[in-house]
Design a protein around this ligand. Structure first.
Ligand code: DC
Length: 231
């Protein structure tokens, strides 16, 4: 089997990370969640007062701070997934909360943030043997990746999945609000000027609206086996 790069892009809340993580652990590849990197920069900006009261980003200060933002991943044996660290501080739980989620889209639209993170992501892929998920992996980060997958599901299905997750955690949730948020995030991710979400011409489309998690994991495994065993 040759060592390859697997790029998984797609809409928010469509289960990309679940399938990427599962494949990486089965085949012994490194899994990299690039959304966590944009979330880490957002967390730093919130901690350092780099958002004005009206939500505008203090761009000059953020750019000057970039060399002080060191994002790393450490594999957690218990959860079997990498945890995100910012300057050696464990931030995995903090970057998943509402505050970071509601500020991350504008940070991910800033050109100098994207170029800095894309350069780090490209370095992580130098040895191959990685599964990376995000929005621009197959188009910008690794345009030559051997396997590219673009994952989607209908907005209604994705909203229902998030609603079920929140209810299972005992958190209050409104399906209508979640659906509106899913649609709005799609709009922002797809319409930004730098690194917009779009399917690479050579990516395989997976609509998992009607697939179970084991079914989609199996589908991805078959794609990997096909590509990695090619001469
Ligand atoms: O996948 P996620 O929800 O954790 O991503 C968080 C945000 O970062 C989301 O607004 C999309 C953005 N993102 C991006 O612009 N490019 C990537 N490669 C990954 C995430």
């Amino acid at each position: 089997m040759k060592k390859i790069i697997i790029a998984i892009d797609g809409h928010s809340s469509c289960g990309k990370s679940t399938m990427a993580k599962d494949l990486a652990s089965k085949i012994g590849y490194t899994y990299i969640d690039t959304g966590a990197m944009y979330r880490a920069v957002t967390y730093y900006a919130l901690q350092h007062g780099l958002f004005d009261a009206d939500g505008a980003i203090r761009l000059a200060e953020l750019e000057a701070a970039l060399p002080d933002i060191h994002i790393t991943f450490r594999f957690n044996e218990e959860t079997r997934r990498p945890d995100t660290y910012l300057n050696n501080e464990y931030i995995e739980d903090k970057i998943r909360g509402m505050e970071v989620s509601s500020h991350v889209s504008p940070i991910a639209a800033v050109g100098f943030v994207r170029s800095a993170l894309v350069a780090q992501q490209q370095e992580m892929g130098l040895q191959k043997g990685i599964v990376m998920d995000g929005r621009d992996i197959g188009t910008v980060v690794f345009p030559d990746a051997e396997l590219k997958v673009f994952v989607t599901a209908s907005a209604e299905v994705r909203a229902q999945r998030r609603y079920d997750e929140l209810v299972a955690k005992g958190q209050p949730a409104s399906y209508d609000d979640i659906l509106a948020n899913v649609v709005e995030r799609d709009r922002i991710d797809s319409s930004r000027e730098v690194g917009p979400l779009r399917q690479a011409d050579d990516a395989i489309l997976l609509d998992n609206s009607h697939l179970t998690i084991p079914q989609q994991n199996e589908w991805l495994m078959q794609q990997y086996l096909r590509v990695a065993s090619e001469e």
